[in-house]
Design a protein around this ligand. Structure first.
Ligand code: NCD
Length: 307
């Protein structure tokens, strides 16, 4: 059964189709409000989440469906030592589709191999987060009118930030995309993304530690949180956590039509004074995430013959 573990499990044509479905949902929500009637989504979240879980659940409710939810590892049989593969088999007996978040890289992949319903990866450790990328792509598309011919600055924790890894993979498939990778030395993009995606595909990119130097050329500035839960020691986290704090002052040299994105939750990376700048798009991203998850659930349930 096909699921979505990596953003590359979706073709460019499918992503583009989902963007157009999401735009249609935005314009005609009533057309979609009963399509998943009687169907169930299970959200299995073994790691903290606010947006992703609630947005999957809101998406299913807005399609007329129902939701079964595990909101933490310690409230499920995972705490008794149940394997991901057994959990996936069990939940397939109750639900038509599963969204899973797990602290271990590869967990959603294992679940999808054992489930008899489609599994969507809602974040696996520091690896990838395809549905955040769908939210990001719809946001860029709605704000900039295109997904190609853009210079994208990715700033912060590029090492552990799974949203960055998936976004690079996704945008690398469009023409004319350039990346500026802005991070402290210790939090640089892992080589499996840098070498296997950027270098292998000949995609132009620069690496720098200096956000201000990069600012004037960016069409998109994607800020990220330093991923405390993936650090081996707290001292390193404390030293690196405030490496970049975006303020209105720092945005002065940004393009007038640039957009500022962040997958959220924000800790300190963007001062609240930036929120009123018309270029700040991070709360729009949240809403776009719900529409893209609706489009994804629809696509996978149609493909599975469930609706
Ligand atoms: C992100 C995640 O979980 O990777 N959050 C989200 O899903 N919007 C980003 C983060 O936690 O920093």
């Amino acid at each position: 059964m096909r699921g979505v573990i990596d953003i590359l499990d979706l073709s460019v044509a499918e992503v583009d189709q989902m963007i157009s479905t999401a735009c249609d949902i935005i314009d005609n929500p009533e057309k979609y409000s009963q399509i998943c009637r009687g169907k169930k989504l299970a959200t299995l979240f073994f790691e903290p989440s606010t947006r992703t879980r609630l947005s999957f659940e809101a998406a299913m409710y807005e399609l007329g469906g129902n939701v079964l939810s595990v909101a933490s590892a310690d409230s499920s049989s995972a705490a008794k030592g149940e394997s991901v593969s057994d959990t996936a088999r069990v939940v397939s007996c109750y639900a038509d589709i599963i969204a899973m978040r797990h602290p271990k890289e590869g967990a959603a992949f294992v679940a999808s191999k054992n489930a008899s319903v489609p599994v969507i990866n809602a974040g696996d450790g520091g690896h990838c987060h395809p549905t955040q990328t769908l939210a990001d792509l719809l946001t860029i598309f709605r704000e900039k009118g295109r997904l190609g011919d853009i210079t994208v600055g990715l700033c912060g924790d590029l090492k552990f930030g799974r949203t960055v890894h998936s976004l690079i993979n996704a945008l690398s498939r469009y023409e004319g995309v350039k990346f500026v990778l802005i991070s402290p030395e210790e939090l640089k993009l892992p080589s499996y993304v840098k070498n296997d995606v950027l270098k292998r595909k000949g995609i132009p990119y620069k690496q720098t530690t200096d956000l201000l130097e990069a600012m004037p050329e960016l069409d998109v500035l994607y800020m990220t949180r330093v991923q405390r839960e993936r650090f081996f020691n707290e001292e390193d986290y404390l030293r690196l956590k405030d490496s970049y704090i975006l303020t209105p002052e720092k945005l002065k040299t940004a393009k007038a039509d640039a957009i500022v994105m962040h997958p959220l939750p924000r800790v300190n990376e963007i001062s609240v004074a930036v929120d009123s700048d018309p270029r700040a798009c991070y709360f729009k991203q949240v809403l776009n995430g719900k529409y893209m998850r609706m489009a994804l659930i629809l696509m996978l349930l149609k493909e599975a013959g469930t609706i």
